[in-house]
Design a protein around this ligand. Structure first.
Ligand code: TNX
Length: 529
């Protein structure tokens, strides 16, 4: 293996030297590039620094991709890029193939000393007339850089030389994210979404540099993850959905498939089992869990706050030990979300007792607790993360406890809020959230939360009113694209007027991906048709 790597590394090295040397010896292809401006290229999220040099790089059939040797994960990123170039341009770009006759330009994805870059997702792109060098300290950084590169490949080719070329504007990009946590949440409990749906969502999220996908796997209306030691959870609790539709669940094998697909896109899955409230489907499956004093029946409505686990029974914690243990075992990411919201029929003392016990179980499984903002009112330690959705008071409690906060304020960041009163899907209990409102707010200064407490932002998509991928996409896009920029780009680099032009330019990508976005009247989509 080491020998193979060594051989490969020398071959690639020789190929690169050859490329440079040969280019000096043989007559160099001359292209008169039209003037370009990398700073105006169509990138979302906007990179930290862009230095245009106003010329171009010709992507064409004489381009090849190379990646640092001894780094299989970089090779993987290179192949991902080649696949995406194929979809966009129909070009077959070889990856780590030496001996290419007529090689005119290279894309080199290079592993560099990570201490020279700003964090593990940082990357730099250096684009000149015959090479693109993508420097990153990790495959994750390289993957983020590849998304930028995908975005600046023009939709159409030109014919200024004999063969078709795609002119990428030249210059330098220095980039790293503002927040370490840039998430989307999908509620597969109120309505179930298939593995294929989740994968399609991941494809689009990855393009905009999201790095977390939180799956809301259980709620009153359905239990969506197979637990081998408690099979009735899915056999009974997985059967229902809001509105009487047919339910469903992920087997552990399917969940692992999602985790692996997400990992391939450098996205971490955050599983959520919502408790002690929002637990009707579990209690309908195993009645001993129930703490609200009534017999739990399967439920297909949308009212919340009526269910609770019995927080004072040891058997409930034995059950949760199994549930959390089984899910943690197939979740490589560092987080486990315990819900904790709207436990209106759990008394305060019991709530505090419960959250404390569950936190210990999560920690025993080597995961870090995330919970909705209410968990800050319990006795959690500073390592737990509070997900702000509605209560400024809970945010203060979290700050006092030294906790990190994920910002998901319902009136700004809830993807299930209607755009306006005419929206086909969605609710409006928190607000109407048109595309500009979703973008024009400042997580950096939200409700006086100190910036050092903010881990990042997440856009939750609750699914009471949506039951298929088209409806999911109607609510998620274009707003989720704006949240990507809020999470990645600095305040100085964000501007609605500039963003809305770049957003309009996403239409080609969204159409190619067959994303049924909501054509917000605030965006001049037509100019790009
Ligand atoms: C509130 S946000 C909820 C969810 C609903 C959502 C609908 C939160 C922590 N709880 O149970 O689905 O509103 O917008």
């Amino acid at each position: 293996m080491i020998k193979n790597n060594l051989i490969r590394s020398s071959i690639i090295f020789i190929a690169l030297i050859c490329f440079i040397a040969c280019n000096n010896q043989r007559e160099k292809r001359v292209i008169n590039f039209p003037e370009t401006n990398l700073a105006e290229a169509n990138m979302i999220p906007k990179p930290l620094k862009i230095i245009p040099t106003n010329s171009g790089f010709a992507l064409d059939q004489f381009t090849a991709i190379y990646t640092s040797a001894n780094a299989a994960d970089f090779d993987h990123v290179g192949r991902f890029l080649a696949k995406k170039i194929k979809t966009k341009t129909d070009l077959d770009i070889p990856v780590n193939v030496t001996d290419i006759p007529n090689l005119e330009s290279i894309i080199y994805i290079k592993k560099v000393d990570s201490t020279k870059l700003e964090g593990h997702e940082a990357y730099q792109l250096q684009i000149t007339q015959d090479s693109i060098i993508l420097n990153a300290g990790t495959a994750e950084g390289a993957f983020r850089g590849v998304q930028t590169l995908r975005q600046i490949i023009p939709e159409t080719s030109t014919n200024i030389i004999k063969n078709k070329i795609w002119i990428i504007p030249s210059g330098k990009i220095i980039d790293s994210p503002q927040y370490a946590y840039r998430g989307a949440m999908l509620d597969v409990a109120r309505h179930f979404f298939s593995v294929e749906d989740v994968k399609k969502y991941i494809d689009v999220l990855a393009y905009y540099k999201y790095n977390m996908l939180h799956l809301h796997l259980s709620d009153d209306q359905g239990w969506r993850i197979e637990i081998k030691s408690w099979p009735l959870l899915t056999q009974i609790g997985g059967k229902t959905e809001v509105g009487g539709e047919s339910g469903g669940f992920f087997t552990q094998k399917e969940y692992k498939e999602i985790v692996a697909y997400a990992a391939d896109h450098h996205i971490t899955i955050v599983p959520e089992i919502d408790m002690p409230g929002h637990t009707n489907s579990a209690s309908a499956s195993y009645p001993f869990l129930n703490g609200n004093g009534k017999k739990a029946e399967l439920y297909e409505g949308i009212e919340v706050g009526f269910s609770t686990f019995d927080t004072r029974k040891d058997s409930v914690y034995t059950f949760l030990d199994d549930v959390i243990g089984e899910i943690a075992a197939i979740t490589p990411g560092p987080y486990f979300h315990i819900g904790g919201d709207e436990s209106h029929v759990t008394n305060k003392k019991d709530y505090i007792y419960f959250i404390n016990k569950v936190e210990k179980i999560v920690q025993k499984n080597n995961k870090r607790v995330i919970g909705w903002d209410e968990i800050a009112s319990a006795d959690v330690d500073s390592n737990a993360i509070s997900q702000y959705w509605s209560s400024g008071e809970n945010a203060k409690l979290a700050v006092d406890k030294g906790m990190k906060i994920i910002l998901s304020p319902a009136k700004k960041a809830y993807l299930d809020m209607q755009y306006d009163s005419l929206s086909k899907h969605g609710l409006h209990w928190a607000a109407y959230i048109p595309t500009d409102t979703a973008y024009v707010w400042t997580p950096e200064e939200y409700e006086g939360i100190p910036s050092e407490n903010i881990l990042g932002i997440e856009a939750p998509l609750w699914s009471e009113t949506i039951s298929n991928i088209d409806e999911l996409e109607y609510l998620a896009f274009p707003r989720a694209i704006g949240y990507a920029e809020l999470g990645w780009s600095t305040k100085e680099n964000r501007d609605w007027k500039n963003y809305k032009i770049r957003l309009a330019n996403q239409i080609a990508f969204l159409n190619r991906m067959n994303v049924k976005y909501y054509p917000s009247p605030l965006i001049d989509w037509k100019s790009n048709n």
